[in-house]
Design a protein. Structure first.
Lengths: 334, 631, 416
């Protein structure tokens, strides 16, 4: 375990350093955008006002409140203090809603959409890819080009096509929303069923593309492995294929698991296209309108969450790798 | 192997567990709203008007009126003192104020220009010196908690606006001296007087009566106590406990929809007002992410009233035979009320010359703008000649068309524009194909905010016009937050890149067309660091200013006609800005698959119900005429 | 080298992908030479003209009229205005107006029309009829006016002297013109978009721009990824750790957020296509860097590299001559993937409204964006968005096929 300790400490160190750097970047980047967010808020408030002193007063009020007139460094420390307490401040674009409420309202929809979609896509995609590598022949010849084509359709293309075919023309699925337009959220079967029905199109638009990408990747990795020396040797030795397969796929799976971890990490921001096309509630569009409205607190908070999730996923995977793959440990001591 | 299978099975189990947790996670939004649904569920029990077993968690289709195009993004609050609640169906204090939850003393009707009594009883009366308005409050008017609406509420509302410098207070403090309650039913509004003892601006004083809500004194006092005198907190308060007088109030609100429910004790069912309750029990608005989603819902019959700009909406009934219609059966489909205008930056090289400005205005192809950008949802300039007035008959009658007829120009008039430029000596001296002025090539940037598609399409046409007459015009579309910051800074000349820029002008209201003219031509806004009113090109003309000053105090219609005609004359001669198209006050398209009886041209209502999505000004009367298609 | 190229062109997948890509390139290069119209010229007054051949009506009147007596011309003309659905609707209205049902025969056109003309009253309020329906009947009535007449129409022009209308021409119901004789016509294979621009010309121009953006973005991303991967992988140690740290930062801050932020900050003014390409390139090099680095790590312990090290060659020399050739194939594949993802990234940005300026050049993403804003996909205007989607898919598909083909050549194990 001695080698592991050095490995872990190394990983831990970089995890912390990256976290700090990312945190600082998360704060700075939105504030580098040009334009004055307070002016945007004032414009909404001042519509219909006919005199200037009132508008000026409001402008000053809000600048004071949001602290945008203070130097950047001071703003950073205030921000850090608040984040530690869990207070992300007020959202500029949806003032006076606090950022935590804005995010809480939409993040569950995004996670509920993305997480199963990624997992399902990953499992199906990898299975298909592995099968194609193992079976070869006809199945492989069909699967490859289809996967390439589907995985290369841009995400909005897939979403628009699904929308037009299944929702607008065939009317099998609803065209928009997270649940029935005439329902109020509650714990009844009717509501849950409505949620599931509305869930289908956005879900499949993400899964279809994920499957394509995963299948190709897994197929390549599996083929590499299947042609490795140890496989040929084992076959000559008479070891049953089933036993060999287990080892083969364990090795082939490794890069895919990294990919999965990263996908999960970035899933919070990733459903943007599906949300826009299907009018599905979620964090993606909240974030986009935050960017358009220069809502620093919202952007910082959302990207912080994404950053944290990716870092944690990354870190966990690297630790897991250390246990699964002895080569990693060996390479580290190189 | 064992270890791998162990790890793998852990991973798989973990993912299944998380997936299983994820789906019920959709209950989280339900959980946060459970509190909201408890309260209305209680108020639903006594209401016996619905048939069969009422499911408190689904809205009966034939009792709900669905909207789109008003609410983009979640509702932030219910505070009538604030302007920033993003509460589209309830709070909008404007010329035709939104009176579904809160009410104004009078409701403006943009079709005939009159202010009809809402909370008030009978018309308001000016005193002889035109310095005070008196009106009575309808005795039947009540708040949602049962107490009557009194003159005291009106007075206290004004006092609160002033005390806490709310946007309303700041906007009107220079025109209204005070609002007093003479007795329980009578209100006197005192205008601010100028040095001569006449009201500074009687027009704006009378407009206050149909623009601003009356808010209950008792609730205001509760609010004041809660915020302990802090003005910012007063405006930021979400006011979930607000007391209202209107027919609808909050039923449910989350990130995906807002629902209002009717108060069956609404005072307006009294014979002195509407005599009945509004037909729909629920008003619901699903929050769509963009126009396309809302449009799809309209087509599918999931939306009854649409306030979006739906391009080519006539296709829906011409080609697809859907029961969708607009106020007018043919182009322009709606009543134009506002004039999106292209302003010139008068400090740019060459734009201080009338010839250059007028030439550009003459060269623009307005027909293409109207047919491509607005898909014919605007009157053409042949139908309604260019002026400072909107296309409504009321405003069109206020100036003498014949007197300015020869100042009109047709669009796409390349010869005329080039002749004008040649005459003025603005020619191409160095042979590069572009005209010069003062030795510098005429090169301008036409701009409007990014993402406002019909405006962007219009600006493209403006830019294309320049090429035809030898003036280089390119386009640029900054983000709205940047655009507004630059354009509204009127205490310095506009920076480069804003030579021809597009902004809105006022729609229909009791102070129009004076309000619009003031915001287009008055020099009083020059020098303001945050100018949200108008004249962003910083045009200054003392004659115009004098006329603008004189109009509010004038009552003789003949003299007013003279003043307005003179102003139009000035506008068409000097061309400090020019109208690009006509735009309706609100878009209004309806789907008759569930409800019918919507306002339309020639529907015989008296007073005529304006097409304002049945929520604004006198348009709210439309809610009382709705019937079900399949009762 | 020559042998490798021979092998590449023997690979079925590569050839297929390459031919698609080459066709697109050829079209993009040759089309503007043949058809010289400006791609952004607004030629239509109105939105989304359907594909077809547009013949100038005014000129067709000047053309020689030919008289053709076709049997079904009259029936077709009537059926166009009075189809089965319209007949049923008329019957519904008449029944609601009180005419007994057995007196109405929808197949007898003259009798039906006579009953209609005699009984229709636009002001009549039929119970349960929505307002939209009322207006429908008004439109139907207007369109049926003069349906059965066999007379032609008269064309009149306002005389310049008297200001009154003077007859200048008559058009009979059997007059036909030969399209090739009409002076002014325009073929719009893909109709027009919401601005009234010729879709096909615009599409070709947009493809060219998108390809350019993809190339620039791909090259920039590959260069950055290659350099960082090489340096980190070979030199190792602290340099490697620092490079991995920077790479991780870029992974951790979601690229699309970064892209949006940077695009937004640059502002519309500066957002020319090349600038957008550069921005995309600078945010998408991460995977190339990681992949190159892992390849280099496995390469650096090979014998020939150790030999070079012993020989005392400089690091730069070793990297260029010993390591680079071995990963060249990998880099080419990465370049292809970066180009295709660059094109997708630009399309994605434009859909959000953060792409290049609208008026300079069209790009595929911008065309999609405007089509969506004007709701083409909901109104069924397939020509406004479907060709764009197919083009994007074809470009990326062909590039990926080429990539797979190359993969198979360089890794014989993957050959089928």
């Amino acid at each position: 375990m001695k080698g592991y300790r050095k490995y872990f400490l190394n990983k831990m160190l970089w995890f912390v350093v990256t976290l700090v750097a990312a945190f600082i970047l998360n704060f700075i980047l939105p504030r580098l955008m040009p334009g004055d967010p307070v002016a945007a808020i004032v414009s909404r408030l001042a519509q219909g006002m006919s005199n200037s002193t009132g508008v000026q007063a409001i402008y000053e009020q809000y600048t004071e409140l949001f602290g945008t007139n203070k130097p950047m460094l001071e703003q950073f420390f205030i921000y850090m203090k608040n984040v530690v307490r869990g207070d992300f401040g007020f959202s500029f674009s949806q003032y006076p809603r606090p950022v935590s409420e804005v995010i809480k309202a939409s993040i569950w929809w995004t996670i509920a959409l993305q997480f199963p979609a990624i997992i399902v896509g990953w499992i199906i995609g990898n299975s298909l890819g592995a099968l194609a590598a193992y079976l070869k022949g006809g199945f492989d010849k069909v699967l490859m080009p289809v996967s390439i084509f589907v995985s290369n359709l841009p995400a909005f293309g897939m979403a628009v096509i699904l929308l037009v075919i299944f929702a607008v023309n065939l009317k099998w699925f609803p065209t928009s929303g997270g649940y029935g337009f005439d329902l109020i959220p509650n714990m009844s079967w009717k509501f849950l069923w409505s949620v599931i029905v509305h869930y289908q199109l956005p879900f499949w638009s993400i899964v279809a593309i994920t499957i394509g990408g995963q299948a190709i990747g897994m197929r390549s990795m599996a083929i590499y492995e299947l042609n490795a020396d140890y496989v040929k040797y084992s076959r000559f030795m008479g070891i049953k294929d089933r036993k060999i397969i287990g080892y083969v796929f364990r090795n082939a799976m490794l890069p895919q698991v990294t990919g999965l971890a990263l996908s999960i990490g970035t899933m919070v921001g990733g459903a943007l296209v599906a949300e826009i096309i299907f009018s599905y509630p979620g964090l993606g569009t909240t974030l986009l309108s935050g960017v358009m409205g220069q809502d620093y607190p919202l952007i910082s908070a959302a990207t912080l969450i994404i950053t944290a999730m990716v870092l944690i996923a990354n870190f966990l995977i690297e630790i897991l790798y250390g246990f699964i793959d002895p080569r990693i440990k060996a390479a580290q001591s190189d | 192997m064992k270890r791998v299978s162990f790890v793998l099975s852990v991973l798989v189990a973990l993912s299944m567990l998380l997936a299983a947790c994820a789906t019920p996670a959709t209950e989280a939004p339900a959980a946060t709203e459970a509190a909201a649904t408890e309260a209305p569920a209680a108020t639903e029990a006594p209401a016996a008007t619905e048939a069969a077993a009422a499911d408190p968690n689904s809205l009966p289709r034939n009792e709900t009126l669905y909207f789109n195009g008003q609410q983009w993004g979640p509702v932030v609050g219910w505070n009538p003192y604030s302007n920033s609640n993003n509460n589209a169906l309830a709070i909008a204090q404007q010329d035709s104020a939104r009176v579904t939850m809160f009410e104004t003393p009078y409701a403006y009707n943009m079709l005939d220009g009159k202010q009809y009594p809402l909370l008030a009883d009978g018309d308001y009366v000016w005193n002889d010196a035109r310095t005070e308005i008196t009106f009575k409050i309808n005795a039947a008017a009540k708040w949602s908690d049962g107490t009557p609406v009194t003159a005291d509420d009106v007075a206290y509302t004004w006092a609160t606006h002033v005390k806490y410098s709310t946007p309303t207070g700041a906007a009107n403090i220079e025109y209204i001296e005070n609002i007093e309650a003479v007795d329980a039913q009578t209100v006197v509004v005192k205008a601010k007087l100028n040095a001569d003892g006449a009201a500074v601006n009687p027009l704006l004083v009378s407009a206050y009566l149909s623009t601003n809500y009356v808010i209950q004194k008792a609730w205001t006092e509760t609010l004041e106590e809660r915020v302990a005198g802090d003005a910012t907190a007063l405006l930021a308060d979400t006011a979930e406990d607000v007391v209202y007088s209107g027919p609808y109030h909050k039923y449910f609100a989350d990130d995906t929809k807002v629902v209002f429910v009717r108060d069956d004790n609404y005072w307006g069912q009294d014979a002195s007002m509407f005599g009945a309750l509004p037909a729909p029990k629920y008003l619901a608005h699903t929050i769509f992410k963009d126009n396309a989603a809302g449009f799809t819902a309209l087509k599918a019959g999931e939306v009854d009233v649409s306030q979006q700009f739906n391009s080519n909406i006539q296709e829906l009934w011409l080609n697809e035979n859907l029961p969708i219609s607009t106020y007018l059966p043919e182009a322009p489909y709606g009543i134009g009320a506002s004039l999106p205008t292209a302003f010139f930056n008068l400090t740019s090289n060459g734009l201080d010359q009338v010839a250059v400005r007028k030439a550009i205005a003459m060269a623009v192809d307005y027909d293409t703008i109207i047919s491509n950008a607005m898909t014919n949802q605007s009157a053409t300039f042949t139908q309604v000649p260019r002026s400072l007035m909107n296309p409504t008959p009321g405003e069109q009658a206020m100036y003498d068309k014949a007197a300015v007829a020869d100042l009109q120009w047709a669009g796409k008039d390349y010869e005329g524009a080039m002749a004008l430029l040649d005459e003025a000596g603005v020619v191409d001296t160095d042979g590069d194909g572009w005209r010069e002025f003062n030795g510098e090539k005429l090169s301008y940037v036409a701009t409007c905010p990014n993402g406002w598609s019909d405006w962007q399409a219009a600006i493209e046409v403006v830019a294309a016009a320049g090429k035809e007459i030898g003036i280089e015009i390119t386009t640029n579309y900054p983000e709205w937050s940047v655009y507004q910051t630059v354009v509204t800074k009127s205490d310095a000349p506009l920076p480069a890149g804003y030579d021809i820029f597009m902004m809105w002008s006022d729609g229909a209201g009791p102070t129009q067309p004076w309000g619009r003219i003031r915001k287009l031509l008055s020099s009083e806004f020059i020098g303001m660091p945050s100018n949200w009113n108008g004249n962003w090109g910083q045009y200054s003309n003392p004659d115009a200013d004098a006329l603008i000053q004189a109009i509010p105090g004038e009552t003789d219609p003949a003299k007013l006609n003279e003043y307005y005609t003179e102003l139009v004359n000035l506008y068409l001669t000097e061309v400090p800005s020019f109208t690009l198209m006509y735009r309706p006050q609100s878009f209004h398209a309806v789907n008759e698959s569930v409800w019918t009886g919507f306002p339309h041209e020639g529907d015989g209502t008296n007073p005529p119900v304006p097409p304002l999505d049945m929520t604004d000004g006198w348009g709210v009367a439309g809610l009382y005429n709705l019937t079900l298609v399949n009762p | 080298m020559k042998h490798t190229i021979q092998q590449i062109f023997q690979s079925g997948k590569f050839v297929f992908g390459f031919s698609i890509f080459a066709t697109i390139l050829l079209i993009v290069i040759i089309y503007p030479l043949v058809i010289t119209d400006a791609p952004l010229a607004i030629i239509g007054q109105g939105t989304f003209f359907p594909p077809g051949i547009y013949v100038n009506v005014y000129d067709s009147m000047d053309s020689t009229p030919y008289i053709l007596n076709l049997d079904d011309a009259v029936a077709k003309r009537i059926a166009g205005k009075l189809g089965d659905q319209e007949r049923l609707d008329i019957k519904d209205w008449l029944v609601a107006a009180g005419i007994p049902e057995n007196e109405i025969d929808t197949s007898n056109t003259e009798q039906l029309l006579e009953q209609w003309v005699n009984n229709y009253d636009p002001q009549k309020k039929v119970a349960g009829m929505t307002f939209a329906r009322q207006r429908y009947y008004q439109r139907l009535d207007a369109s049926l006016d003069g349906l059965l007449s066999i007379e032609g129409v008269t064309v009149a022009q306002k005389s310049l002297e008297t200001g009154l209308l003077e007859e200048i021409d008559a058009v009979g119901q059997s007059d036909y013109v030969n399209i090739s004789e009409v002076t002014n016509k325009r073929v719009l294979l893909l109709g027009t978009d919401n601005f009234g621009r010729d879709m096909l010309t615009e599409l070709v121009s947009a493809t060219a721009t998108s390809l350019k953006i993809g190339f620039v973005a791909g090259i920039i991303a590959t260069l950055i990824g290659l350099t960082l991967g090489l340096l980190g992988g070979y030199i190792g140690g602290t340099v490697d750790d620092v490079i991995m740290f920077v790479t991780n930062l870029f992974i951790v801050i979601p690229s699309f957020v970064l892209l949006i932020l940077i695009s937004y900050s640059i502002g519309q003014e500066q957002r020319g296509p090349i600038t957008v390409a550069a921005v995309i390139g600078f945010t998408s090099w991460v995977w190339t860097a990681k992949a190159v680095r892992s390849q280099v790590v496995s390469l650096r312990n090979r014998d020939h590299v150790n030999l070079s090290k012993l020989s005392g060659h400089s690091i730069v020399h070793i990297i260029i001559s010993d390591i680079l050739p071995y990963i060249a194939s990998y880099v080419v594949m990465a370049l292809i993937l970066q180009i295709s993802s660059g094109i997708l990234a630009e399309a994605g940005l434009s859909i959000l409204g953060l792409g290049p300026k609208t008026t300079d050049v069209p790009t595929l993403g911008l065309m999609m964006n405007w089509a969506m804003i004007y709701q083409a996909h909901i109104l069924g205007r397939w020509w406004a968005y479907l060709p764009v989607l197919i083009t994007i898919a074809l470009i990326t598909f062909s590039m990926n096929l080429m990539n797979t083909g190359l993969d198979q050549v360089f890794n014989p194990a993957l050959r089928d």
